[in-house]
Design a protein around this ligand. Structure first.
Ligand SMILES: C[S@@+](CC[C@H](N)C(=O)[O-])C[C@H]1O[C@@H](n2cnc3c(N)ncnc32)[C@H](O)[C@@H]1O
Length: 210
């Protein structure tokens, strides 16, 4: 199973484009699963190329991004923050694979403040109510040397009621740059990143003026 999936990832991998297709078999059935992911960007912002060190992810869905990171990059340990019942799904999904690194699922209430090499969140931190966003900033984001957040709130005209605005985020997050989401999946989406090598912005990402 593992060989098949790695083969599929490598065959379809197109560097610079954030879409991979996983092909996998379950009994006699074959499935194709599209995964939008940001592994190339994570590689670019990490200090040691492929080696991302210890990663935290906020709002992980079924754990697809964590799997792609594990297979394409080096991740010593990933701490996955989601809701308790979603964490069960993530464990069910990830435990069908033999991972190169290690992971644990947890919730915000179960963690003490600590620093990670990289904190990521795709369409998840930005969907949380302000009170929870502030808690994640306090416990995780403010202490992480690198961050990469795919945002779908915070700009005027987007679905931002009850969430931190981009100006409020500038005041409380580590100093960050704003980039275009590519491919753009919704008109007011954008990327927030900090702690990256300056080559990162030139090579991978286009600055967004907001
Ligand atoms: C729109 S989904 C994004 C999932 C995934 N990152 C992706 O790109 O497909 C939002 C995620 O945030 C999670 N979420 C909701 N409340 C949360 C909380 N309090 N802490 C962490 N994650 C939460 C949801 O369960 C879901 O996995």
């Amino acid at each position: 199973m593992k060989e098949k999936i790695i083969k599929a990832i490598k065959a379809i991998k197109d560097p610079g484009y954030a879409l991979h297709i996983l092909l996998y078999r379950y009994g006699k059935l074959s499935f194709r699963k599209k995964i939008f992911h940001h592994s190339e960007e994570y590689r670019s912002i990490s200090e040691n190329g492929d080696d991302l060190g210890s990663v935290a992810e906020i709002g992980c869905g079924y754990g697809g991004q964590a799997l792609v990171n594990d297979q394409l990059l080096e991740v010593k340990h990933t701490t996955l923050f989601d809701l308790p019942f979603v964490n069960k799904l993530i464990e069910r999904y990830l435990d069908t694979y033999l991972l190169n690194g290690a992971y644990k699922v947890t919730t915000i209430n179960k963690e003490v403040c600590r620093d990670y090499d990289l904190v990521i969140s795709n369409y998840a931190f930005s969907e949380l109510p302000k009170k929870l966003q502030l808690k994640y900033i306090d416990k995780l984001l403010a202490k992480s040397s690198r961050g990469y957040l795919t945002m779908n709130s915070g700009l005027v005209d987007s679905c931002s009621a009850g969430k931190l605005s981009i100006d409020e985020l500038r005041d409380i997050l580590p100093q960050f740059e704003v980039f275009e989401e590519n491919p753009l999946t919704s008109p007011y989406n954008y990327i927030i990143a900090w702690g990256y090598d300056s080559i990162f912005s030139n090579k991978m990402m286009k600055i967004k003026n907001v």
